[in-house]
Design a protein around this ligand. Structure first.
Ligand SMILES: Cc1ncc(COP(=O)(O)O)c(C=O)c1O
Length: 392
């Protein structure tokens, strides 16, 4: 028999859909992939070259548990560049992806029975990390009325003496929601006042397409005591290299170091040498070109879906997702996704993968495919709506 905790871990529903999409492709059908949550671009050249050099020069041993000192320096320099923030590199802990960061933080901050607040919808793995640590996730519904963001009033209304912290992402998956400077400051100061830890997942940092006066590069600009989760996966296009980081309050670093030493010894060495190149001007220029391309795709997809009467709710300013209300089709999200795939070869992710709150009304579309594919996907959805008798 396996542990009770392991039995509580649910699979991604979209994996079943993805399996079916792959089977259709093997049978010769062309599928438009709006379900994939990773950039379609290959890792940028300078990073690949640095990785190859590391491999060739025998950089294949363990590193420090908290990561290469020069990479921690480079990450600290990143905050200086994007936010003008002086950051002590000693507060940076390099991890194996944002996933490794979440694993370490759940081990650091969660005791059995501790309650943590998380958004619904939100990134589904969060609550599973907490389950493994024996914690309890309290999923707080967020909807279009607050731009899919948590508010201070909500925090106050759901907090209990057992609540230990709040975990949320900005930009967010699956909604693309971004918290501006003032709402972020208000949320974090309320959480602090309530005695809660703050974990802010900034894995989509840099993938923001509209800079307003209220914009914010990192939560650290308004809350120096927050735990920040970040990753080389998305903006830096390095999903398979499995590298991310934590910025922690200084007092937490040695405990995180002990956990890292014991749980996995060190983050992947070759990837760390590769990532040093991610902050060089040549790589940053490439990543900025990709950001501009994501912005174009978002605009085309958003306009296209709007034209089809599939309203994009909230203000999805970042990440590479649109969270779309499909109730107009008369179908639940899962039925909509399955029929769209089977009948028209378009794959998208039902809201039920991200929580329960109105989950059968929403579908996540990722714009991690090229513009011609997006146009093709929109044309197929148009045909689907006509075939299903859903008026335009
Ligand atoms: C919000 C969020 N956090 C964390 C992760 C984990 O990413 P990684 O472990 O590749 O850094 C993802 C991946 O999609 C995500 O969307």
């Amino acid at each position: 028999v396996f542990s009770v905790r392991s039995q509580r871990i649910e699979p991604f529903r979209v994996m079943e859909l993805l399996g079916r999409a792959r089977a259709l492709e093997r049978a010769g059908r062309h599928v438009v992939h709006f379900e994939v949550g990773e950039p379609d671009f290959p890792t940028a050249e300078p990073i690949v070259r640095a990785g190859a050099r590391a491999l060739e020069s025998g950089r294949t041993k363990y590193t420090e548990a908290t990561g290469l000192p020069e990479l921690r320096d480079a990450i600290a320099g990143h905050y200086r560049r994007i936010a003008g923030l002086p950051l002590d590199p000693g507060r940076v802990v390099v991890t194996s992806g944002a996933s490794g960061a979440l694993m370490l933080l759940s081990a650091l901050l969660v005791d059995p029975g501790d309650v943590w607040l998380m958004t619904d919808p939100g990134y589904p793995c969060n609550r599973h990390f907490w389950t493994v640590a024996g914690g309890v996730s309290h999923l707080v519904p967020v909807g279009p009325e607050t731009g899919f963001n948590l508010t201070p009033a909500q925090l106050r209304s759901v907090v209990t003496p057992a609540t230990r912290g709040v975990l949320f992402a900005s930009p967010a998956n699956p909604t693309g929601a971004v918290l501006g400077r003032r709402p972020m400051a208000a949320l974090c100061s309320t959480a602090t006042e309530l005695g809660l830890h703050r974990i802010v997942d900034e894995i989509y940092q840099g993938l923001v397409y509209e800079d307003g006066a209220d914009s914010l590069a990192t939560v650290l600009e308004v809350d120096t005591g927050a735990f920040v989760v970040n990753s080389f996966s998305k903006y830096f296009g390095m999903t398979g290299w499995r590298l991310g980081w934590i910025v922690a309050p200084a007092a937490a670093v040695s405990a995180l170091e002990r956990l890292a030493q014991n749980l996995y010894i060190s983050p992947p060495t070759i990837s760390q040498y590769a990532a040093l190149a991610a902050f060089e001007p040549e790589a940053i220029a490439e990543h900025e070109r990709r950001r501009a391309e994501f912005a174009r795709r978002r605009d085309v997809l958003r306009r296209g879906l709007d034209d089809l009467g599939l309203a994009v709710t909230g203000s999805p300013l970042g990440a590479f997702y649109l969270y779309v209300n499909v109730t107009r089709t008369g179908m639940a999200a899962e039925q909509f996704c399955w029929r769209l795939l089977e009948e028209f070869g378009v794959a998208a992710t039902p809201g039920t993968d991200f929580g329960r709150h109105h989950a059968q009304e929403f579908v996540r579309f990722a714009y991690t495919i090229a513009l011609p594919e997006i146009e093709e996907g929109l044309a197929r959805i148009r045909r689907a709506l006509v075939a299903w008798g859903v008026s335009a």
